[in-house]
Design a protein. Sequence first.
Length: 336
Amino acid sequence: MENIVEIRDIVIEYKLKKYALRAVDGVSLDIAAGKITALVGESGSGKTTVASSLLNCISSPGEIVSGTVRRHTGPNEVTEVEKLGENALNEFRWKQISMVFQGAQSALNPVVTIFNQFYETMVVHENYKPKSERKKITKQEAEQRIRYLLDFVNLDADRVMTSYPHELSGGMKQRVMIAFSLLLDPKLIILDEPTTALDVITQDFIFKLLQKVNREMGIAMLLLTHDISVVAKYADYMAVMYGGRLMEYGTVEEVFEHKYHPYTRGLIDSTPAINKDVGLLRPIGGEPPDLLNMPAGCKFHPRCPQCKEICKQSEPKTVTMETGHRVKCFLYEDEA
Ligand SMILES: Nc1ncnc2c1ncn2[C@@H]1O[C@H](COP(=O)(O)OP(=O)(O)O)[C@@H](O)[C@H]1O
Ligand code: SF4
Ligand SMILES: [Mg+2]
């Protein structure tokens, strides 16, 4: 399986005045070409921070303390994201990977028409290329591309191109953002909680649309969500985060079948949309971890129904099973 990017042992901290807040600790993750990978976990588990590291755009004062983010630029060519120059990084940002940030609809410029926002991005992007490769983009050329993309996300291109953001509904704006993320033909789109603040019917519509983008255009997706029922329905692979750690990774089928990690099991067993029998719903007890006051040992141990003595003292390593499935829990040490 070809990967678009590979994260290895990454540690990310927010350097605050009095202390450093370690938001991500030792995460390794491959993003497979052409597939939908979901990064799932409670709010504050480090999803946005990990995803931002793929583009080297972690919000200030965050920084990568150790580890690497490598992108595959050709069959035998690998480049570390941190080593790209500013222009190459900007080109990489849109062309290889684009990110739709959480609440991105509100990032649309309120005083510029949708057409001009797309067009300006296309023009600006040319400037990131080496001089010899730059070309002038005419409005006619741009219009063709923009029309195609707005059609693709089921928007009325004639109407939307000439509109200002406030003239569109929340769901329409999110579709505009998806079309926008496709503008420069990326290999991977990162979507950070893409349907928060939208009603349930619109949410479903947006996910079906994302699935169409993935299947028909072959574009890979990294979907950040706290909603495990969305993962079950739309993703190919899933990575479960807890307190800045990656606790479990595998195909969606395998994770749901085995629920190896007690936290994953808790997430699945407490989700009504998956557990049709409400009598079987079991909420996870306890509170999400406080990053400034993390428990010793396994970070999930205060909430874990299967906690053993060793779990309170040391942190388990990640075990890789024969199928490639990975789990960070002492219960599976013997399977390595
Ligand atoms: N810019 C920032 N400055 C300080 N702390 C931050 C910043 N961004 C995120 N954090 C902290 O890092 C942790 C992980 O956050 P985040 O990656 O946003 O998690 P998630 O996306 O899973 O909700 C949280 O404790 C959050 O408060
Ligand atoms: S390592 Fe121990 S405490 Fe942590 S999830 Fe596994 S069994 Fe539970
Ligand atoms: Mg987030």
